[in-house]
Write a protein that binds this ligand. Structure first.
Ligand SMILES: [Zn+2]
Ligand SMILES: [Zn+2]
Length: 236
């Protein structure tokens, strides 16, 4: 696991998405968990870095896509950690409802996924989060509701340090093609493109220095300016 900034680590070789570990002193928090079957890898990396799974208090899920929540149930059970996610995302995480998609291609992909990919276990959410809620993590981690990619996608923001964890509200790499660069959420997997764009506009109003993505390497400086220039390109 790689330390990126003080108390912020990126786990390595977790399949699916970037998984971050936040160290708030005695308690640890994971942001997202990768695909199904990553639990052992996550536990081993915590131990190698001198942490233990029993210190893990929270797992925050940015949204209900399988590449982010696949191992949530497994890790939460092993660690006895509480799972937090936006209240609007709970039916999809608990799999009482199917995530909406915006295109015919998206529908086709969802169908293929259901038919051919291994089933991901549902993840029960211990606490539903709301926009602007402040969590007792990293001395105050604020929930920013950024719907569009999915109905209950959230970002997390630390105002003093101007750090943003954006999940898939923004991408810094296309996970399908590997192409690097800041971009809006990939249409194929996005429920509502208009809302997703509005959410990026919302993010651009926050003073942001560093951005940690679900896909792609972090941007450590001038985060807000980078988002603003992406929006200018889109509207120009
Ligand atoms: Zn996603
Ligand atoms: Zn993703």
């Amino acid at each position: 696991m790689k330390k990126i900034l003080e108390n912020i680590y990126l786990l390595e070789e977790v399949r699916g998405c970037n998984v971050y570990l936040l160290d708030s002193g005695k308690e640890l928090t994971l942001i997202d968990t990768g695909l199904k079957g990553q639990g052992e890898k996550i536990e081993a990396q915590l131990q190698e870095a001198g942490f233990s799974l029993s210190q893990l208090r929270y797992i925050i899920l940015t949204h209900a896509h399988r590449d982010h929540m696949g191992s949530a149930n497994e890790v939460a059970t092993r660690a006895v950690a509480r799972v937090l996610a936006h209240e609007g995302e709970i039916p999809y995480l608990e799999q009482t409802e199917t995530l909406p998609v915006s295109s015919v291609m998206g529908m086709l992909f969802t169908w293929l996924e259901k038919k051919f990919l291994p089933k991901v276990p549902p993840c029960l959410v211990d606490k539903g989060l709301k926009d602007k809620e402040s969590l007792d993590i990293l001395e105050g981690l604020q929930v920013i509701y950024t719907p569009g990619h999915t109905p209950g996608t959230i970002s997390l923001y630390q105002p003093e340090r101007k750090i943003l964890f954006c999940g898939d509200a923004l991408f810094n790499q296309n996970p399908a093609t590997g192409k690097k660069g800041l971009r809006l959420p990939i249409s194929l997997f996005t429920a509502d493109k208009k809302d997703a764009l509005e959410s990026v506009k919302k993010l651009s109003t926050f003073p942001i220095q560093s951005i940690f993505f679900g896909h792609g390497v972090p941007i450590l400086e001038n985060g807000r300016e980078r988002i603003q220039s992406l929006l200018e390109k889109k509207s120009g």
